[in-house]
Design a protein around this ligand. Sequence first.
Ligand code: CAA
Ligand code: FAD
Length: 379
Amino acid sequence: MDFKLTEEQQMIKQAARDFAQTDCLPGVIERDDQQKFPQDQIKKMGELGFMGMMVSPEYGGSGMDTLSYVLAMEEISKIDASCSVAMSVNNSLVCWGLEKFGTEEQKQKYLKPLASGEKIGAFCLSEPEAGSDATSQRTTAEDKGDYYLLNGTKNWITNGNSASIYLVIAQTDPEKGHRGINALIVEKGMDGFVVGKKEDKLGIRGSDTHSLMFTDVKVPKENRIGEDGFGFKFAMKTLSGGRIGIAAQALGIAAGAYELALKYAQERKAFGKEIMRHQAIAFKLADMHTEIEAARMLVYKAAMDKDNGESFDLSSAMAKLKASQVAMDVTVEAVQIHGGYGYVKEYHVERLMRDAKITQIYEGTSEIQKIVISRAIAD
Ligand code: CAA
Ligand code: FAD
């Protein structure tokens, strides 16, 4: 594995770092506190090409590789994980799936505005009673000839209110089980589509997480992605890439907390010397640094597998499992290193600790990643 970054990748990393410092850092505490969606930041991310990073320029994207996307995700997540989750969903769950499996008409109509950041997308798989057990879809898409009649409720949808294009997974033929599921492109404003309440969350509080209700929504047949019954496979394939994005988010949260903790430990004095010179603190930072580097290897490897056209189901699951655990462990230690100051909002690490937790839950919980990994190694 060669993790030496190209000149272009280094530039992207720096551009994302500059953007995060200049545009995301100011107001990040207030947005978290007030649960304010980072509208201006997302708009700027679109202008900078961060919302459709891997989409070909033909469809308005930046045409970059997955590693570049991971580098940008990592840098932005160091500062604001609410921005980076919107970016991750748009890039890897919505744009990637549309470009890979959509028709030319779907790409022209939906991918283009999503890749340029003009519009935001959402990916709607989870339901009140179907989270990890994702084949148990209760939302139905009844085949009515030239359209599907969509009924049901989706839960926990990221970009739930700010999106205008939604990829909705629903059951068409219950007798066929997961092979009777379809993925449909639904537009905000379609009759019978209502955005439900916003969730009041522990972390990523700037991200708008909503339930969505569909009552007799007529979705044209041409909005189905792939062949009839491809919906569940579409979701699984898309999530394998999505998990690389969330792994990069977790890595960024960990690295952001570590950078703050290291700086603080070099400045804060106790018992006549910088706390970094107390071995207990220095060893914490040594462990944090080592674990972050280990997670980084797995995340970059998963991205490279995808870029090299190799299977990335296993590597993305391992990357997400490891990086999310590291994010949790490192952020807890970063709060500890800050002492009482770590417990208040001003020093950022308490927010990073709260944000870290979601990376072990969404896009497949850590337990689900272990299922994916254990099945892959048993094959
Ligand atoms: N690629 C292609 N096909 C796949 C696949 C993959 N990576 N993984 C599974 N499949 C296929 C299987 O081959 C099978 O099809 P066939 O029977 O035709 O071969 C079908 O999918 C069903 O697979 P399983 O029998 O393995 O299904 P299962 O019920 O045991 O569940 C699971 C498998 C991995 C647990 C899956 O349900 C899962 O990933 N659950 C977690 C759901 C999840 O990650 N949700 C995230 C929502 S999005 C989100 O969270 C976004 C956000 O927060 C920002
Ligand atoms: P459950 O599936 O009920 O799991 C509960 C517990 O049981 C977990 O610890 C789980 O790991 C464990 N468990 C379940 N099954 C097994 C098993 N077989 N073996 C071992 N342990 C098991 N979904 C979307 O579709 N789109 C989104 O944009 C989106 N964004 C989200 C944003 C946020 C902030 C949150 C909180 C969730 C989001 N989700 C989204 C949903 C998310 O993917 C699910 O919450 C997640 O997949 C877990 O499903 P669940 O909450 O129903 O938990």
